[in-house]
Ligand binder design. Structure first.
Ligand code: KG4
Ligand code: ZN
Length: 336
């Protein structure tokens, strides 16, 4: 008998629900994006995000159940992202999941957002098992994490300031690309000259595995402002290509250094930025060169979704991580 988990995700601006069997087999996966609501503000407005989650969540969950071909009574457990994220957004998912768990009399499984991003790889590469070294890159986080087991982690490095997704979005916004800018910048960069603008290589003193992206962001924004003050037209594709290369090379060099120093042959990337085409291309090249096994989530599972929540929840459940009825949401929470 398989174990079917209904996962719910509402940590930022996507309302999502999915049903996954035994942590690996997706039976349904529904995501309703709020981008259209936030694009006019150039970023996520937390107040609007939680209200939209409240509007959408019943529809999203019933669609996930209906499209799986199951009935609610067939679900064995309810899982929900409880942290980290926007607090008002998280609370919508947590409360909905609590209500379902209570009414169906099924266990409630709390899932950490970054743990679930890693699990998007279990859905893509069904044979992948810990241990491995992972690079988690999203709008809010840039972490190198040693995944010792399905729910046992060690943080090896992290950003000291901005996350990679955040700087992509901010620089993209400064050249007039719509929110979220990371994917738009990636696309534009494909036709640009990545040597057109010079960026410094970010270094964090005495912390070889920690990142720092705010200097790169400031440098890009200065280039844009200086050009506009002089009335010059900047080549956006060139700027995107040069900036993308600087961020990606920094991500890769520290990640691979950590893999080498820790003797890790299995490497995994996760999070919204793992959709970046240069990051994927360069990592494939390096993995081939150094004979590393590389796992990347399929693009459709790299951003926020609930299938990854239901996948990770399976392993949390096996490990006895069940929530009580006083489960709360948290805007910040360590992966460890
Ligand atoms: O994991 P995610 O969907 O949400 C968070 O947990 O933050 O990541 C969203 C981030 C955004 O900053 C978005 O611009 C970025 O991932 N992103 C990309 C690409 N696709 C999404 N960044 C660079 N290149 C992409 N192709
Ligand atoms: Zn995310």
């Amino acid at each position: 008998m398989s174990f079917k988990i209904l996962g719910i995700e509402s940590s930022c601006d996507d309302t999502a629900a999915a049903i996954v069997e035994d942590g690996r087999n997706i039976l349904s996966n529904v995501v309703v994006s709020q981008i259209d609501e936030h694009v006019k503000f150039g970023g996520v407005v937390p107040e609007i995000a939680s209200r939209k989650h409240t509007e959408n969540i019943s529809y999203v969950v019933s669609k996930a159940v209906d499209s799986s071909g199951l009935k609610l009574k067939d679900i064995d457990a309810i899982a929900v992202t409880h942290a980290p994220g926007l607090i008002g957004s998280l609370l919508v998912g947590v409360n909905f999941a609590k209500g379902l768990s209570f009414s169906l009399d099924r266990p409630l499984i709390p899932v950490h957002h970054l743990r679930s991003h890693i699990a998007s790889n279990y859905l893509t590469n069904r044979n992948l098992k810990p241990p491995f070294l992972s690079l988690i890159v999203s709008g809010g986080h840039s972490h190198i994490v040693d995944v010792e087991d399905y729910s046992s982690y060690k943080i090896i490095g992290r950003t000291r300031d901005d996350a990679a997704g955040e700087v992509f979005d901010k620089v993209a916004r400064s050249i007039g690309l719509p929110y979220p800018g990371g994917a738009h910048m990636d696309k534009l960069a494909e036709n640009g000259n990545d040597c057109a603008f010079k960026f410094p290589e970010p270094k964090v003193k005495d912390s070889p595995y920690d990142y720092s992206f705010s200097g790169l962001k400031t440098c890009a924004i200065n280039i844009i402002h200086n050009a506009s003050q002089k009335g010059e037209v900047i080549n956006k594709a060139d700027l995107c290509a040069s900036f993308r290369k600087a961020v990606v090379e920094s991500l890769i060099s520290k990640f691979l250094l950590a893999a080498k120093d820790l003797n890790k042959n299995n490497i995994v990337i996760a999070g919204g930025v793992s959709a970046n085409s240069l990051l994927r291309r360069r990592l494939k090249e390096e993995a081939f060169k150094f004979n590393l096994n590389l796992s990347m989530p399929q693009i459709s599972l790299s951003g926020d979704n609930a299938a990854m929540v239901a996948s990770q929840a399976y392993y949390e459940y096996l490990n006895g991580n069940i929530a009580y009825d006083n489960l709360n949401a948290s805007s910040t929470f360590s992966i460890v």
